[in-house]
Write a protein that binds this ligand. Structure first.
Ligand code: GTP
Ligand code: MG
Length: 171
């Protein structure tokens, strides 16, 4: 069969938004971890879609590690930005981090697709993907393809739609 095309992705977003849980769900069942702990620095993970083989930089979202994100933008062919839909208080912090990302030279200079997961859709206080999109100001992103999916990383609900969108953008 055909060898799948290799793609580098960076996964960012605030601490506790669910990045590692999402990536863990996307891995084959026999490679999944049963206990997820806060990421220190970053880890490198792999998963595949029908046509692509993804290498993902799963970055820590803790404040003290966020300065690491920008070092991996240059080699990234897509960005996964995870938002905790139930964390209204910190959505302004997430928005600020997104603005910094969008203003980075390595991001400004390319038409990189950005997938947003409005994660933790199962929490009763969680905002809809439309509301998260409004609070994050996503409609102002004009020069890059972007997409937002509501997701539940615990069950995996909503995750495949996002991966399919990224796959379509890169193909
Ligand atoms: P850092 O590595 O610190 O940046 O955090 P992270 O974004 O990788 O978050 P992580 O995947 O470690 O998840 C944080 C917590 O949120 C864990 O307790 C997860 O079980 C929980 N969690 C992740 N996704 C969901 C979700 O969709 N729904 C619910 N209810 N909990 C979730
Ligand atoms: Mg993590």
């Amino acid at each position: 069969g055909m060898k799948k095309k290799e793609v580098n992705v960076i996964c960012v977003g605030l601490d506790n938004s669910g990045k590692t849980t999402i990536i863990n769900q996307l891995k084959p069942q026999n490679a999944q971890q049963s206990d997820i702990v806060p990421t220190i620095g970053f880890t490198v993970e792999k998963f595949a879609s029908a046509s692509l083989s993804f290498t993902v930089f799963d970055m820590s979202g803790q404040g003290r590690y966020r300065n690491l994100w920008e070092h991996y933008y240059k080699d990234a062919q897509a960005i996964i930005f995870v938002i905790d839909s139930s964390d209204k208080l910190r959505m302004v912090v997430a928005k600020d981090e997104l603005e910094q990302l969008l203003n980075n030279q390595d991001i400004l200079s390319k038409r990189i697709p950005i997938l947003f997961y409005a994660n933790k859709m199962d929490m009763k206080e969680s905002l809809s993907a439309v509301k998260v999109s409004q609070m994050m100001g996503l409609e102002t992103i004009k020069d890059k393809p972007w997409h937002i999916c509501a997701s539940n990383a615990i069950t995996g609900e909503g995750l495949p739609e996002g991966v399919e969108w990224v796959t379509d953008q890169i193909r």
